[in-house]
Design a protein around this ligand. Structure first.
Ligand code: DX5
Ligand code: ZN
Length: 209
């Protein structure tokens, strides 16, 4: 499945309308607080109206120090997943439970330096593991090749824990060339600038599948 990020768009309503005409599976919503990462996305009150331009399900990625302040708002949209980072300033498990309490699927994000073993305690709760292929904070960066071995480790983990049912997603630096190398190792591919900087969104989405 493909999840499209609009982080690099300079006309979000237009980008969302164009994505709505494609067969993309999810819209990836990057939320940045200017603290966990240096950039800051628009406050919920200003951006919530933008989602009327799409009827795709949302895949929300919280790059924030205090996820609990954002979960209720983003759970009120047409949201499939909300994912949080392991090193936010709040307790991870209570935030996973908070996401679940709204009937939304929950995920943990692994940064390039986070080890796969750190998520083992959370596996019983997880619907998604979102693996960063770049350092979080901005679109248009180059994929870190070492991430491929992390995806392979996660495949091993899946086999070791067949009782748990989490999906694996990759986010950051994905284009057609990278996708060819990783698509057998993931369930969901997040891609931003590769899609939104092009004139033909559908062709780019098809090339990632
Ligand atoms: C990076 C974001 C990604 C990013 C993807 O901090 O989490 O979702 O916007 O964009 P590209 O595909 O341009 O790396
Ligand atoms: Zn993201």
């Amino acid at each position: 499945m493909i999840s499209a990020s609009f982080l690099s768009s300079n006309n979000i309503p237009l980008t969302l309308s164009k994505l709505n005409e494609t067969d993309v599976d999810f819209i990836h919503v990057d939320v940045m607080d200017g603290k966990y990462v240096s950039k800051k996305t628009l406050p919920f009150g200003e951006i919530k109206h933008i989602y009327k331009f799409t009827n795709k399900r949302l895949d929300v990625h919280l790059m924030v120090n205090n996820p609990s302040k954002y979960i209720k708002d983003y759970a009120s949209l047409n949201t499939e997943y909300i994912s949080i980072h392991l090193d936010s300033l709040e307790e991870v498990l209570s935030n996973l439970k908070l996401i679940k309490s709204y009937g939304i699927k929950c995920g943990i994000v692994l940064n390039p330096l986070d080890e796969v073993s750190t998520i083992i305690p959370y596996l019983p709760y997880l619907d998604l593991i979102l693996v960063m292929g770049v350092t979080p904070g901005e679109g248009g960066q180059k994929f870190i090749t070492k991430t491929i071995s992390k995806l392979q480790e996660l495949q091993v983990l899946k086999k070791e824990y067949p009782m748990f049912n989490f999906k694996i997603s990759i986010d950051g630096g994905i284009n057609e060339t990278v996708s060819k190398k990783i698509k057998s190792l993931v369930d969901i591919i997040v891609s931003g600038s590769y899609i939104t900087n092009s004139d033909d969104y559908q062709a780019k989405i098809t090339s990632l599948r």
